[in-house]
Design a protein around this ligand. Structure first.
Ligand code: 0X9
Ligand code: ZN
Length: 420
């Protein structure tokens, strides 16, 4: 009986802890329209997990279960598509990072009031604790509030950073963690929060001249699920249908009400880009919408932080046409990217989402520009470019990502401070 219990526990652990054992990521490059069509057809089949979009002469990362590898290779070979193995065993990479998470963390100072140290990926409770610890230690700069509740009833934390003065000061709104598996996003966003607050004295102008609003983890339920069950989970965790608990969750970045469901978003609740069926079905997207709207009149820039790809994206996703003020958006983006690249040489490309990435509709940035009327609205796809890790970015890149992204944010803040 005892052996049976141990066996059952082991089986459960294998099931939970090794879901990507033998999964492989291939990098494929479509060199002509026929090859791109073959890859797009494969993506539409939803048999494989496409980590990056199909684009001509650009690498596309495709993950396959061990059982389907031959099928994928058959498609590559029958269409003469150039390909190579990028990640031989996804689970091995996940495990390597979890081992790292067991390491002793480097404490920055003896008076540390929170766990975050940015040399590891932290859980929701730690991020929440960090926000409240800053609020308690720096009440003259930081106000923490709850913007709403997630589907699983977690507080959606909103951090306001302001040194007071005019209530109509220009503002910047930043969010992170819309997509559960993009762990570098909340890690980088909290790094920037820390820099603004704890290093205020070194550069007070970045707080004195603008007010900041941060929602560092929009999708805490998905984020926790990515930590406990499925490292590559993307959506939130809402159960749509009690009789179908295998197809759970909505892509929060397809659930906003601006050109909703006009391409690149799925009506199938099993799909990773499920749009929820209607706009604003999700408590997380409603809370983000309401938080943005509260300050929209004075918010000049909305920065929604994702990964991966190293892209600095402008709207729109639903059309390849560009916003009327695209040139101004592009100019500010290139100044921000130049400052980022100057630190370590990390290259970002700049362009509209539909032109640079792929068609998609219902994301938060399109809504923030199209409905909330925020002029400088960007999706920032952080490290890496995909050749190595993708969503599985090692934690030793958190601080470099924070340092270089902070340089870009400084440029945005300097520009926002001067805007009419
Ligand atoms: O597809 C997305 O939601 C974003 N990429 S990600 O790999 N992080 O999932 C891109 C959204 C870009 N924004 C617009 N299309 N407006
Ligand atoms: Zn994302």
């Amino acid at each position: 009986m005892k052996e049976l219990v141990v066996l059952v526990i082991c089986l459960i652990q294998i099931c939970v802890a090794f879901p990507y054992h033998g999964y492989r990521v291939y990098e494929a490059v479509a060199k002509n329209a026929a090859q791109a069509q073959a890859l797009s057809d494969l993506e539409m089949s939803e048999l494989f997990d496409f980590w990056s979009p199909v684009r001509l002469n650009k690498p596309t990362d495709i993950m396959s279960s061990p059982e389907q590898i031959q099928q994928l290779l058959d498609v590559f070979n029958s269409n003469s598509i150039q390909h190579k193995i990028k990640i031989d065993d996804v689970q091995q990479l996940i495990d390597a990072q979890q081992n790292h998470m067991g390491n002793e963390i480097v404490k920055q100072s003896s008076s540390l009031r929170y766990n975050l140290t940015w040399d590891n990926y932290y859980r929701y409770d730690d991020i929440r604790e960090f926000a409240y610890a800053l609020g308690a230690s720096y009440p003259e700069l930081v106000t923490v509030s709850v913007a709403g509740k997630s589907y699983e009833d977690r507080d959606l934390i909103l951090i306001k950073i302001s040194s007071g003065g005019s209530a109509s000061k220009n503002a910047i709104f930043v969010d992170g963690g819309i997509h559960a598996c993009e762990w570098i996003s909340p890690a980088t966003v909290t790094y920037i929060v820390r820099e603004l607050v704890e290093n205020y004295a070194a550069h007070p102008q970045y707080v004195d001249d603008v007010d900041w609003f941060f929602m560092p983890l929009v999708n805490p339920d998905g984020y926790e699920f990515a930590h406990t069950d499925n490292r590559l989970w993307r959506k939130n965790r809402r159960i749509h249908d009690e009789t179908n608990t295998t197809c759970v969750g909505t892509d929060i970045n397809r659930n906003f009400d601006y050109h909703f469901d006009e391409g690149g978003s799925s009506d199938n609740s099993c799909a990773p880009t499920y749009n929820g069926g209607q706009p604003f079905t999700e408590p997380e997207s409603r809370a983000l919408r309401d938080a943005i709207l509260t300050e929209a009149n004075r918010t000049k820039s909305y920065l929604t932080v994702h990964s991966y790809g190293q892209h600095w994206l402008t709207p729109w996703g639903w059309t390849t046409e560009l916003p009327a003020d695209y040139d101004a958006m592009y100019a500010l983006a290139s100044d921000a990217v130049a400052a980022l690249t100057a630190v370590y040489g990390t290259v970002y490309d700049i362009g509209s989402s539909a032109n640079l990435l792929y068609a998609n509709s219902g994301p938060s940035d399109d809504w923030a520009k199209g409905v909330a009327g925020i002029p400088y609205t960007y999706t920032i796809e952080l490290r890496d470019q995909g050749p190595v890790y993708g969503f599985l970015l090692p934690p030793d890149q958190i601080i470099p990502s924070g340092i270089e992204t902070w340089e870009a944010f400084k440029v945005i803040a300097e520009a926002v401070a001067l805007m009419e």
